[in-house]
Design a protein around this ligand. Sequence first.
Ligand code: URP
Ligand code: ZN
Ligand code: ZN
Ligand code: ZN
Length: 490
Amino acid sequence: SEYDVIIKGGTVVNAADTQQADIGIKDGRIVALAEKLSGSAARTIDAAGRYVLPGGIDSHCHIQQPSSGGGQNAETWESGTRSAACGGTTTVIAFAAQEKGKGVKHMVADYHEKAKQACIDYSFHIILNDPSDEVMETEIPELIESGHRSLKLFMTYPKNRVDDKQILRIFETARRHQALVCVHAENHDAIMYMTEKLVGNGFGNTKYHAWCKPPLVEREACQRIIMLSELMDLPIQIFHVTCEEAAEEIRRAQARGVKVFAETCPQYFVLTADDLDGDQRQGARVLCSPAPRSVADQQALWNHVRMGTIGNVTSDHAPYNIDAPDGKFWAGDNAPFSQIANGVPGLETRMPITFSEGVAKGRIDLQTFVALTSTNSAKLFGLYPKKGRIGIGADADIVIWDAEKKQTVTQDMLHHDTDYTPYEGMEVTGWPAVTLSRGKVVWNDGEVGCEAGWGQFLARAPYDYIKPSGKFPTPFNPITGKIEAGKTEG
Ligand code: URP
Ligand code: ZN
Ligand code: ZN
Ligand code: ZN
């Protein structure tokens, strides 16, 4: 037949436009897009009354990766990507994490080996916590060249944090070799000090997790990482922005022309610090960093989404089991908040919660939803136009969305390997009906069609979206080591 699959009668929504169209798929790609397609197809999917969207791109998730503190990641590449696919996501960018004192080349190869079990396409950010000369001058340039075009650093967490000078070292290599740096921005010393004070005085309950790292701790780190990025003329992405104060810093930088991109996550749309207030077991289910904030901050995040300050929504899926000795409570059942594994699972609920809170509640339109959950991440990480759009030549990564469906989120209905969801009992409106990964139906109204090993590694080539401005704050170019008075391009 002419097509492998035809999707008929749906409303096709891209970040920039909406149209009534049929979609023809052949050999994993979109080969036809027209009001009516008449060719023959091995399989026809009826999308009448439904929205047909680019498959989701989750550009921040921790899969089968050791945690930043203690605790064992509950997901395998198979379970994590299966769960993502059932939630409408067709691409994940996860992490390959350096171990302190060690190189990164073999480490990255090990992660590739594990990721061969992926059910959907994937790529990696390389987490650096020890930017030695050897790593930065030889290994990282080679890895960037082979398609690992993003690095991630932590400004906090004892095992992972890098100091400002190390950050500049990482920025230098990223600038030289065209990689995007992603940042977890919180002030480490303030958190360490407050943790000692709180826990030392007997305030170890999970509710004090939010008190030890209030919004200003995030605001300062955002301001500082932006300053460092301006010093090096390097575009960056700030991960998981949670509050008005941090978003305002980012907005101010964007307004003066700094290329700083910002992400938020569904947990910051629906959880608040009050959810941490309970017994340790209850609080641990929502304990993540940065901490959940206030209802006013949730509203502020939507404002900044609408203004464009925040461009993408990712899960920051960081799965630790509640009922396992090596999960959330790796340090014991009565551990203080500082020794409970950080993070919440959310690969599968990312798109439904964002749709429900965003589109169904009238805060954003559908095209913005597509931009937030797919297109902007594709552009930001060099996957566009292969991913992140429905158009001829793009991969047939598609989610057919049932915008009317009322769904109660429960652990039982999800497909991850984590033993809980922080959203148990939450009512959402809208859920993916069908997900296709390169033309293969991986989710169909409750039926899982995932196949471990189907996913392919996405090597990312250099791309213009993250091009620096070419201007440093002074005539001195720290990359070339030369004074370039009057020069305005890099
Ligand atoms: O609490 C979180 N977010 N845990 C995952 C690690 C990180 O901070 O990215
Ligand atoms: Zn080089
Ligand atoms: Zn983080
Ligand atoms: Zn994370």
